[in-house]
Write a protein that binds this ligand. Structure first.
Ligand SMILES: Nc1ncnc2c1ncn2[C@@H]1O[C@H](COP(=O)(O)OP(=O)(O)OP(=O)(O)O)[C@@H](O)[C@H]1O
Ligand SMILES: [Mg+2]
Length: 264
């Protein structure tokens, strides 16, 4: 048997290689290269419109680069057809920015949706997964509830239960704590940590919530104008001297923003 070398062990699970993406004249990703290590949590921060959600959508083939490549386990995925993407999408859970539960379906049916979509027929099997995933997110017994009867935090947890229904290797979390009070937000942080530690999930978290970023991240990447301007451990990011990074993580307006205000 060939033993894996340290080199193969260190292969990233997802790789962006010189990715360019624009919408009309708007450059959103500008020669972006990024490695996402397996079994770790990478947090992407950056101002609104920086291209964070666009970056996540490239990982599941919802968007394709204009040039450059995206790899999943060293397989180039940006030229694949919808049918070829299916087996890859099965391995990646996506918690969308807006949560987006199906309002007309019960909590249980929302979680069952990806399972049925993947052709799982055994009702016993489906009910078991619903029960298991609701337990993971701390909402056991909520199968029959309708989304309208849940709080914002509970909805996010159900959306997370749905995102992990297929036992994905990778979970993409687009602003998982936005709109939640600090305690509910921290429940989501704990869930992200638990999925990594207990189920070896590779996480990519897009967030504006710096408390969450520092708590869950193994590495933090800051995007600005389609480029990575900083990358490091939470400790390295906390102590970086770059002005854009400091303004962002401290939540302070920069000189240009303040100047615009004084003109009012
Ligand atoms: N499908 C699309 N068509 C045209 N423009 C788009 C499309 N998707 C995103 N954009 C534009 O690309 C830019 C980056 O969008 P993106 O959603 O990635 O921002 P973001 O960093 O996630 O911001 P936020 O923090 O507000 O969610 C924005 O200016 C947005 O309007
Ligand atoms: Mg976004």
């Amino acid at each position: 048997m060939i033993q894996p070398t340290t080199d193969t062990l260190a292969q990233p699970i997802i790789r962006f290689a010189d990715v360019h993406k624009r919408f009309g004249s708007l450059v959103v990703l500008d020669a972006l290269s990024l490695d996402i290590p397996a079994d770790r949590t990478t947090v992407i921060i950056g101002p609104s419109g920086a291209g964070k959600s666009v970056l996540l959508k490239h990982i599941v083939g919802l968007l394709q680069p204009d040039s450059g490549n995206v790899y999943f386990h060293q397989q180039r995925i940006n030229h694949l057809s919808e049918r070829q993407l299916e087996p890859i999408r099965k391995r990646i859970g996506f918690l969308f920015q807006m949560g987006a539960l199906f309002d007309s379906m019960t909590v249980g049916e929302n979680i069952a949706f990806p399972l049925r979509h993947q052709g799982i027929k055994s009702e016993r099997n489906i009910q078991q997964v619903i029960g298991e995933k609701l337990a993971v997110v701390g909402l056991s017994g909520s199968e029959k509830k309708m989304p309208a009867d849940l709080s914002g935090g509970q909805k996010k947890r159900v959306a997370l239960a749905r995102a992990i229904a297929m036992d994905p290797e990778v979970v993409l979390y687009d602003e998982p704590t936005t709109g939640l009070d600090p305690i509910r937000a921290d429940v989501i942080n704990e869930l992200i940590l638990k999925l990594k530690e207990e189920l070896k999930v590779t996480g990519i978290v897009v967030t504006h919530d710096m408390a969450s970023a520092f708590k869950v991240a193994d590495q933090i990447v800051m995007l600005l104008n389609g480029k990575i301007i900083a990358q490091g451990t939470p400790q390295q990011i906390k102590t970086m001297e770059n002005d854009d990074v400091r303004h962002f993580i401290e939540g302070r307006a920069n000189a240009a923003d303040l100047k615009a205000l004084h003109r009012l």
